[in-house]
Ligand binder design. Sequence first.
Ligand code: NI
Length: 171
Amino acid sequence: MAIHTILTYPDPFLKRTAQPVTGFGAALDTLIADMAETMWDEPGIGLAATQIGVDLQLFIYDLEVSRDHSKVQVVCNPRFVLMEGEEIEEEGCLSVPDFTADVKRAARLVVEAQDRHGKPFTADISGLVARVFQHETDHLHGILFIERLSALKRGMFKRRFRKAQMRAEVG
Ligand code: NI
């Protein structure tokens, strides 16, 4: 198993819409195991394949940071068939280091997706799981959570990012 480098803003790969997962089997299992190790290393509670430069509609999550491969939840080719309500909570992202902000998300979701074996499933979810599904599915469509912020908050992020970049160039 290998820990991969997580791409960070403004890497152009993070803007891509990923390709559907069509091959299930040993290669996908290896990728999933690597993604889990990478996620726990940070640590984070969710990781999309696109964040490590893999062009697939795949994300994993483990809300407890269990470091137990049998507990990793795998979602391939997610599609939201219902989004209901609104909830505002603080979010962060491994691809946007050192920045968090309140993000408005649907409170409840019905999702159709496939598991690691390609088996279709439907999930009716709310709370933190629903937030993770929305955040990670956004990654698969080339959207970072900072793009979900108000223009004011996004401007704050961009100014802060530019300042940090200038410091890095000087120092
Ligand atoms: Ni993220």
